[in-house]
Write a protein that binds this ligand. Structure first.
Ligand SMILES: Cc1cc2nc3c(=O)[nH]c(=O)nc-3n(C[C@H](O)[C@H](O)[C@H](O)COP(=O)(O)OP(=O)(O)OC[C@H]3O[C@@H](n4cnc5c(N)ncnc54)[C@H](O)[C@@H]3O)c2cc1C
Length: 459
């Protein structure tokens, strides 16, 4: 039985992430003292999903733009986007075989291609809008130190390469044990895979876009938590949206960009999108004594157990993961847990000495933890995001459930959302993978794969 948890809402006093140490002027902004009474489109949530939805809705020369408001429970970009690992790392081989076995090769290939294309879509966005956000196009190197995972990864990669159906596999390079440690720097690596990826300062990227849309007339209301939405629309076609302490407003269309917290205001997502707490850190080291890291990386220790790392141009490193210290035995520390005001107790010291014990040549680097923070991911019960119209709720759309992996998925998913709203484009013409569609079947399924993955991690 899945553990029960209360309807999820963002909590106050979140831990301070490195990304939120340089705050933008719009961080706690309210465009107007009162909420607008009516809007065409209401976006709930000012993370990457909500803000990029607004960006796409206004990225055109239309004379008549829709009226748009964004309601955000806390500060802008203070959810997962402002607290993540800054890693834009598409999954080009690791889960692709599993998806192919479950959904067929064509559907799996669609997801892999979508993820790969996002790295370049992000690069294009950053260049087009001249966003100062430390974007770096790089190679990511996955190193595996667990024999079983190594065996499975090599088998998956070999199968995909032979079949040639998943085109993006050509971007993946496999390194055998002979070179794995030398290529990845990870001590004891049994194999390694490299592929195109990127790193970014996610808060700066989102706040730049937010500034852009606010300057085009979007009404931003931070510190405004939505608590309830009317079951149906009134005779003029508006839903009534209630907030915790700022009254109510009306909206014709609603986009739930609420990730982990979606079920708090859209109860049909209870057990479909589950809040999962994660932990991340920034490590600093004196430049003179540290080997230069030129790629981002991941270290795999077992099923669902991995760390992810990005090196930054300032010499610091952002590392997240630490699941070995809490995932197997303590589901209450992560499953259904929205408390990012506290660290994950059993994992709070995980990053001390991390570089010294994990990476070759770092033993005497003097690298030390600068910051540790937590954040709340929205795990989907089938590990596929929910993107598009919500069945049975005309005018309501969702873009959420990125299962801790939103950075290579969100930008083009929200373009799909904008096209569905503005052009009435059917889902299948949006370019969003078919597996992300919010079907009745997915909504009615009782399966919860999050906990079965957790069991797998114990093996
Ligand atoms: C520790 C950690 C590390 C991660 N590392 C990576 C990584 O390296 N690479 C990667 O791809 N992904 C990573 N992720 C996942 C990634 O951050 C998310 O997939 C992505 O940021 C989701 O963006 P979002 O806008 O959908 O959600 P969020 O950024 O969480 O935004 C949702 C917003 O909705 C608001 N909200 C919710 N409910 C309400 C309400 N009722 N009323 C008003 N506002 C509401 C929230 O306050 C929040 O600001 C990580 C996540 C965490 C927590």
């Amino acid at each position: 039985m899945a553990p029960k948890f209360p309807p999820p809402f963002p909590v106050a006093n979140s831990t301070l992430s490195f990304w939120r140490t340089e705050l933008h002027a719009l961080d706690s902004h309210r465009s107007t003292p009162e909420l607008p009474s009516h809007v065409d489109i209401l976006i709930i949530g000012a993370g990457f999903s909500g803000v990029s939805t607004a960006y796409h809705l206004l990225d055109n020369d239309n004379k008549q733009q829709p009226s748009i408001a964004i309601l955000e429970a806390r500060e802008a970009c203070s959810g997962a986007t402002g607290r993540n690992g800054g890693h834009i790392k598409p999954d080009l081989y690791f889960n692709v075989s599993k998806y192919a076995a479950k959904y067929g090769t064509a559907a799996a290939a669609e997801v892999a291609l979508f993820e790969a294309s996002q790295v370049y879509a992000m690069k294009k966005l950053v260049e087009k809008e001249k966003i100062d956000c430390d974007f770096i196009l790089t190679r990511a190197i996955d190193a595996t130190v667990d024999a079983q995972i190594a065996k499975e990864s090599i088998a998956a990669y070999t199968k995909l390469s032979k079949e040639g159906v998943v085109e993006v596999i050509n971007d993946v390079q496999y390194h055998t044990q002979k070179d794995a440690e030398g290529v990845s720097g990870v001590k004891g690596a049994l194999c390694a895979f490299s592929f195109t990826a990127a790193s970014i300062w996610p808060y700066k990227m989102v706040m730049h876009l937010l500034n852009l849309v606010v300057s085009k007339g979007v009404n931003l209301q931070t510190h405004t938590a939505v608590t309830e939405i009317s079951e149906t629309r009134d005779s003029d076609g508006f839903y009534t949206v209630k907030t915790k302490d700022r009254g109510s407003m009306k909206a014709k269309k609603i986009v739930f960009a609420t990730n982990a917290y979606t079920a708090g205001i859209a109860p049909q997502f209870t057990n479909k999108i589950v809040p999962v707490r994660g932990i991340c850190s920034r490590i600093v080291a004196p430049k003179e004594t540290t080997p230069l890291l030129t790629t981002s990386s991941s270290v795999r220790y077992g099923h669902m157990l991995y760390d992810y790392l990005i090196p930054r141009a300032d010499g610091s490193i952002v590392v997240g993961g630490a699941k070995q210290d809490f995932w197997n035995s303590l589901p209450h520390e992560w499953y259904g847990n929205v408390d990012d005001s506290k660290l994950i107790e059993p994992a709070k010291n995980y990053f001390d000495g991390y570089m010294q014990r994990t990476y070759r040549g770092w033993e005497n680097s003097g690298a030390k933890v600068d910051k540790v923070w937590t954040g709340i991911m929205g795990y989907s019960s089938d590990y596929m995001p929910y993107v598009g119209h919500i069945p049975g709720k005309p005018g309501q759309l969702v873009v959420a459930g990125f299962s801790g992996h939103g950075m290579p998925l969100i930008l083009r998913s929200t373009k799909g959302i904008a096209d569905m709203i503005l052009k009435d484009l059917p889902f299948k013409l949006t370019g969003v993978p078919r597996l992300f569609k919010v079907t009745k079947e997915r909504m009615e399924s009782q399966k919860n794969e999050i906990l079965s993955q957790e069991k797998l991690a114990r093996l």
